[in-house]
Write a protein of this length. Structure first.
Length: 611
């Protein structure tokens, strides 16, 4: 079978699989799979609230048991020996479940791993926070995020509103909990003292900021602001901003404020969390924020790129679905003007750049002929352009939220979440959209500003770091395809450096593979195997730079067209990034989207679109 036949067969196989898993409303609902943190926290909170949810607790217990490694640890990605924080979270939740004992062989293995790697003292700050909430770890002598962030003047660079939207959603309950040093326990609460490598003292002393402010009315005012911020941003499903992680904190904050476990707010929040569950055979996984809009937009876009006409039901229904979930009305508490799309269906007040450009791709052809889509298109394009930062790039959620105040807060990973700076992946993908769908080029001053930003932020070796994917392959793909779409020539030094870098890291099997460790070390770290997704990204970038196919491109195409089982690590390795070293995502849609796009682009460019 020649390469043309292989490509044709693979494209047909992928399109058929995608079409077959579309749901009746036009959306795709595939799993947003991360580590076990969300599963562990849901199990714990169900026990703390003492709800009658035994069937669900058993399913969460099975998810935790089924993902434990032979050395007793839990991991976030395949090439990790074990992740200390994930192991502590899973171990703790299993003890809460009541279905294991500390003396079980698998639990002893986990205990050994935890102690050998530093014990509870060495876990991530967010894990310590959850342990402290459940009376399993002492609160620090002073909490580094004072409640009074809500009271200080707005012009100061450390004001609450200067944080990214994602952080504010988590920060409002965190400020309440940190100020109160809240902790809760009941008969389900285990003893984790054996996991402390050095004895910690009790939490007797008040925090620094509490001692500095004797004014009760200031505390009451700030507490009221934090509570109002939460309540105003509860989505229709009961979750806070549609994030499971933020919703956990909100439930604990409500308990700290005196809400009872049977409060309508808390009952609704738990129902909302349950609605985020993805059920698989005998176990269940709690998605931190289902990727329905993201998956639907990218899958429909990939089908259109593969040649599926827009008048077919699969494209018509997906466009109709996306049109229905555009955020066209400013919701109370939202800082955004209308026009964007969010990540999840229940996310109604926090649109983002990536989902907006992805959704706009899908409705672009419809906007040419139908007034309702034209109105939606204009609103979305204007919103997207308005979100460009003054430095020329685009961030994820907000505009110009990249001020340098991070050093004031000595908190692990804070720099990765607290601000929302321009990134190469978002800037590149937005440029690619404007170039290919709005038909603008570097002649437009704002497009040239974005090009200048990308060129300025290219790494010395020719790559770009990608914030929301793993990692340098992702950023480089987005930057290169974006630059090419707005008219930057292949001979441009930035394009040539990027091309040479991609070729230099191609593996012997023709593919590309990058470790999640790159995200932690902030330098490219190769995998010992290639992945479908990263190979697709690298190839797509190379195709955009090559007038004719090359031996390296052909080798990559052969890798993509091979038959493989969906359980293989080349398919399941997490290539979505959330929080360096702590949160990675295996999008169950990605092994369908990206090879279909790349193979379609290869065929359309080198085979004249022939099937």
């Amino acid at each position: 079978m020649n390469i043309n036949e292989k490509i044709s067969n693979k494209i047909n196989q992928l399109t058929e699989e995608i079409i077959n898993c579309q749901e009746s409303d036009g959306a795709w609902r595939l799993c947003f799979e991360s580590g076990t943190m969300t599963d562990a926290y849901l199990l714990i909170i169900l026990r703390i609230l003492e709800y009658e949810e035994e069937k669900l607790i058993k399913r969460l217990y099975r998810r935790l048991i089924n993902t434990q490694q032979t050395n007793g640890a839990w991991i976030l990605y395949d090439d990790e020996e074990g992740n200390l924080s994930a192991t502590v979270e899973a171990y703790t939740a299993l003890l809460y479940s009541g279905y294991v004992s500390q003396s079980d062989e698998n639990m002893k293995k986990a205990e050994t791993f935890i102690v050998e790697h530093g014990g509870l003292e060495k876990v991530h700050v967010s894990t310590k926070f959850m342990l402290a909430l459940n009376n399993l770890y002492p609160w620090p002598k002073f909490f580094p995020l004072p409640l009074y962030l809500l009271n200080i003047p707005k012009f100061l660079p450390v004001h609450f509103n200067k944080f990214s939207a994602y952080v504010r959603a988590h920060l409002s309950p965190i400020l309440i909990l940190g100020h109160k040093k809240f902790a809760i326990k009941n008969d389900w609460t285990p003893d984790l003292s054996h996991l402390l490598t050095r004895r910690k003292k009790g939490r007797k002393r008040k925090g620094l900021f509490s001692r500095l402010s004797p004014f009760h009315f200031l505390t009451k005012k700030a507490m009221g602001k934090a509570e109002s911020y939460m309540l105003e941003r509860i989505e229709d499903d009961g979750t806070l901003y549609s994030y499971a992680s933020a919703t956990f904190y909100m439930v604990y904050a409500m308990l700290a404020l005196g809400y009872r476990p049977n409060s309508p707010y808390i009952l609704h929040a738990i129902e909302g969390l349950k609605s985020l569950l993805f059920h698989q055979s005998e176990d269940s996984h709690l998605q931190n924020s289902p990727s329905t809009i993201w998956d639907t937009a990218l899958l429909s876009y990939a089908l259109q790129e593969s040649g599926i006409p827009i008048d077919t039901p699969v494209i018509q229904s997906s466009a109709k679905f996306l049109h229905s979930v555009q955020q066209t009305v400013k919701k109370e508490g939202s800082t955004h003007t209308p026009g964007g799309w969010g990540f999840s269906v229940t996310n109604t007040s926090n649109p983002d750049i990536d989902d907006t450009q992805a959704a706009l791709r899908v409705i672009s052809q419809f906007a040419l002929h139908q007034s309702e889509y034209r109105k939606s298109w204009n609103l979305g394009v204007n919103w997207l352009m308005s979100m460009q930062n003054d430095d020329g790039g685009w961030g994820a959620f907000e505009r110009n939220q990249y001020k340098s105040f991070i050093g004031l807060f000595p908190i692990e990973n804070f720099k990765d979440t607290a601000i929302d700076p321009s990134t190469a992946d978002l800037t590149g993908r937005t440029l690619e959209f404007f170039g290919n769908y709005v038909n603008v080029s570097t002649l437009h001053p704002r497009i040239q500003l974005a090009v200048d930003w990308l060129c300025k932020h290219q790494e010395q070796n020719g790559s770009w770091y990608g914030r929301w994917g793993v990692s340098y392959i992702y950023g480089t793909w987005a930057a290169v395809t974006g630059l090419r779409a707005v008219g930057v020539e292949t001979a441009h030094p930035s394009i040539q450096k990027a091309r040479n870098w991609l070729l230099s890291i191609q593996r012997a099997d023709g593919g590309w593979g990058e470790s999640c460790i790159s995200d932690i070390e902030k330098k490219y770290v190769p995998l010992p195997f290639s992945t479908i997704v990263q190979t697709s990204w690298a190839l797509d970038a190379l195709i955009s730079t090559a007038e004719y196919s090359t031996q390296e491109i052909e080798s990559g195409i052969h890798f993509l067209t091979k038959e493989r089982d969906e359980s293989e690590r080349s398919v399941t390795y997490p290539t979505g990034a959330g929080l360096p070293g702590h949160f990675y995502i295996n999008y169950h849609s990605y092994h369908l989207i990206w090879p279909l796009l790349t193979l379609s682009h290869y065929r359309n460019k080198y085979l004249n679109g022939a099937i």
